[in-house]
Design a binder for this molecule. Structure first.
Ligand SMILES: *[C@@H]1O[C@H](CO)[C@@H](O)[C@H](O)[C@H]1NC(C)=O
Length: 206
């Protein structure tokens, strides 16, 4: 359903233009093991019809990615939680949203494998519990994953982001990586205990 970057990057090719093929635009943090991620996503404009735009925050392991996917394939935005990888799990719950809406999302690990995922926006809410066994989430990702869609519908804005790991945030909060050549800003990082707070992440048009 949702392609993982470590599979799909193999097929990225300079032969394709920006509106043909797939393009990734991410901001990422790495830590040995993440246990929670939350924040507010401001829903961007709808991309032009015809392609497949996925915009998501999530956490990734070597086996898959747990993500709140804003899916624009149908010409409207729908956001829902799910885990794409191994084990193969049914996709979770979600709802339609409109450009400009703010969606609060959270992923929280309890025990060794139970992830509780929540979404809420303008009185709508969805909750999904996933038993993701054998997955150590070592990357937090904010992604625009685009198939035959140019990234001209930004900015994608996240506010009040909190990422928690099993290790002190001072070791990883200030260090970001990214995929894609595009302008983005990350502001207001503060490390407190094992939690990294980020005031805002802005992913601008490529
Ligand atoms: C999660 O799945 C594993 C493997 O199927 C199972 O052993 C375990 O009991 C499950 N945990 C919960 C909380 O359902």
């Amino acid at each position: 359903m949702f392609s993982l970057r470590f599979f799909t990057l193999l097929f990225c090719s300079a032969l394709f233009t920006i509106v043909s093929g797939q393009n990734w635009y991410t901001v990422e943090w790495d830590a040995p093991s993440f246990t929670a991620l939350s924040g507010d996503m401001v829903v961007p404009k709808l991309p032009q019809p015809g392609g497949t735009p996925y915009v998501w925050p999530g956490v990734q392991s070597g086996d898959g990615v747990l993500q709140a996917v804003l899916d624009g394939r149908s010409g409207t935005w729908w956001i829902g939680d799910g885990f794409f990888g191994t084990p193969s799990l049914p996709w979770g719950n979600g709802f339609n949203v409109n450009p400009g809406d703010t969606v609060h999302f959270s992923f929280t690990l309890s025990g060794s494998s139970t992830w509780t995922c929540t979404l809420s926006s303008n009185g709508k809410s969805a909750s999904t519990t996933l038993n993701i066994t054998g997955s150590t989430m070592n990357r937090a990702i904010f992604a625009a994953e685009l198939y035959d869609v140019p990234f001209n519908f930004g900015p994608i804005v996240y506010r009040n982001v909190q990422i928690t790991a099993t290790t002190p945030a001072s070791q990883w909060c200030g260090s970001t990586a990214h995929l894609g050549s595009y302008p983005f800003t990350v502001s207001g990082n503060t490390a407190s205990g094992n939690t990294c707070r980020i005031a805002s992440i802005t992913q601008n048009n490529a």
